[in-house]
Design a protein around this ligand. Structure first.
Ligand code: 13P
Length: 221
């Protein structure tokens, strides 16, 4: 199995810089203790600069990126993120589609315009795909974690699409994550699955000890 990847998506949390610093320090602490997992922390843009000064072992992520540089009010470019040490960017999250009407075309632009000639086969090891059923996201009314069987099926389906596009050898380089109500209680049942390379964690990444527990479980694989 590949080294598991655990991504913390803080979404629009926390409310203060002080809390963000506490969360980042904790994520960094657990990443240092449990080095068997790669950890990425994606804070809101507001706190990226402060969090960048705290993370060393854990990598810095961003929750979105715009497809161009220039006079775009409120938008952030890839170069700006890179200059702050951002290594991962989440694009196409369902919350942007639902609340801001982000379309497939917009997501496509964010990926294509930000890499010189689109994603090349050899770069696929830098691509991470997260299967995150909308109804499983903890903040959705009546949210329920997916079943392991369903997650395996969905990820196999997604890898099949990539295989047809790039060939199996290259498709296998892409890391695939499960996301949606991941907690310290259920993380293991997903991390253990064939074809699951880690987890995209929302709510539980805002609870320092629980997030540490998830990192520790991932590190044990
Ligand atoms: P929860 O872990 O809170 O369900 O959030 C999942 C998510 O949307 C992460 O991107």
């Amino acid at each position: 199995m590949r080294k598991p990847l655990i991504i913390a998506n803080w979404k629009s949390n926390p409310l203060t810089l002080k809390e963000a610093v506490v969360l980042a320090r904790s994520a960094e602490k657990y990443s240092k203790i449990f080095r068997g997992a790669d950890v990425v922390v994606a804070p809101p843009f507001l706190f990226i600069s402060a969090v960048s000064k705290i993370l060393r072992q854990a990598k810095l992520g961003a929750q979105d990126v715009f497809w161009a540089e220039g006079p775009y009010t409120g938008e952030i470019s890839l170069r700006q993120l890179k200059n702050l040490g951002v290594r991962y960017v989440i694009v196409g999250h369902s919350s942007l589609r639902m609340t801001l009407g982000e379309t497939d075309e917009m997501v496509n632009k964010k990926i294509k315009k930000n890499s010189l000639k689109g994603v090349k086969k050899s770069q696929l090891e830098r691509v991470v795909v997260a299967y995150e059923p909308v109804w499983a996201i903890s903040t959705m009314p009546g949210a329920q974690v997916d079943t392991p069987q369903s997650a395996v099926r969905a990820l196999r389906y997604l890898r099949g699409i990539l295989s047809r596009m790039y060939g199996k050898k290259y498709a296998d380089k892409v890391k695939m994550l499960y996301g949606g109500s991941v907690s310290a209680k259920n993380a293991r049942q997903f991390l253990i699955l064939p074809g699951v390379d880690g987890a995209l964690v929302g709510g539980a990444s805002l609870r320092p000890q629980e997030f540490g527990e998830i990192i520790s479980q991932a590190s044990a694989f």
